[in-house]
Ligand binder design. Structure first.
Ligand SMILES: O=C(O)CCC(=O)C(=O)O
Length: 230
């Protein structure tokens, strides 16, 4: 295990930065209190849909069962059709809370200070759906494109709990070269513009790195907020 000083992935300080065209990373965007509130709110919604077809479960996709638990807000991403729907078997999808919508606008304004292509979305952006992903320390998400939204609006992604390694690839295929970015509790990453359809994934979670007070004792929550329609 490399030490902090010889590990190129975990260098300090971590200033807000433009990673590449349309992709920005804002470390410590959320305060601990905000992280805690988001975890509490997500947990309450997950409880409210437990035992229904909207329950927070590890979805089965065409390529197998994911290791990540997923909760859908605003719209449900149906993993059999890969489409966003309003209800499943008559159960309406929980609405996107106002707090998530407000947070998305705040995130996009902050991201826009580092990227003109993200800034151009600030006024017109509509937060319509969110995925709350829970990663246990041994789970991961393979390289994929977020390609099921009609809109090219940026994806707003918030991390809480254990550090997750965000792997960003190119737009053509899931192959190297990749850029690996450790996303720590409270970090924001926004990807849009030329890299809205970039392949990305989470190859690993760093166990026991969640800060006290974030609302999670172990594992990681990632919240992605999206505009779906044109
Ligand atoms: O967990 C993350 O940071 C990425 C999540 C993701 O790629 C997705 O929900 O499509």
């Amino acid at each position: 295990m490399p030490t902090l000083f010889d590990d190129p992935l975990h260098q300090l300080p971590r200033p807000p930065r433009r990673v590449t065209a349309g992709v920005v990373h804002l470390p410590n965007f959320l305060s601990l209190a905000e992280q805690n509130a988001l975890v509490t709110q997500s947990r309450e919604i997950a409880r409210s849909v437990a035992g229904t077809p909207l329950a927070m479960v590890r979805p089965k996709t065409k390529s197998g069962q994911m290791s990540v638990h997923m909760l859908n807000l605003g719209k449900h991403w149906a993993t059999n059709t890969y489409r966003y729907v309003d209800a499943v078997d008559g159960f309406p999808v929980p609405p996107l809370p106002d707090s998530f919508v407000n947070l998305a606008h705040r995130a996009l304004s902050a991201a826009g200070t580092l990227s003109d292509s993200l800034k151009s979305w600030s006024a017109a952006y509509r937060a319509e759906a969110a995925l709350v992903n829970y990663y246990s320390p041994d789970s991961s998400m393979g390289m994929h494109q977020d390609g099921y939204e009609e809109s090219e609006a940026p994806v707003i992604s918030l991390s809480i709990g254990d550090t997750g390694i965000f792997r960003l690839g190119g737009t053509l295929n899931r192959n190297k070269p990749w850029t690996d970015i450790p996303l720590m509790s409270g970090d924001l990453i926004v990807f849009g513009g030329a890299n809205r359809r970039a392949f990305h994934g989470i190859p690993s979670i760093e166990a026991n790195t969640a800060p006290a007070g974030c609302g999670l004792k172990e594992g990681r929550i990632n919240i992605t907020i999206r505009q779906l329609a044109l």
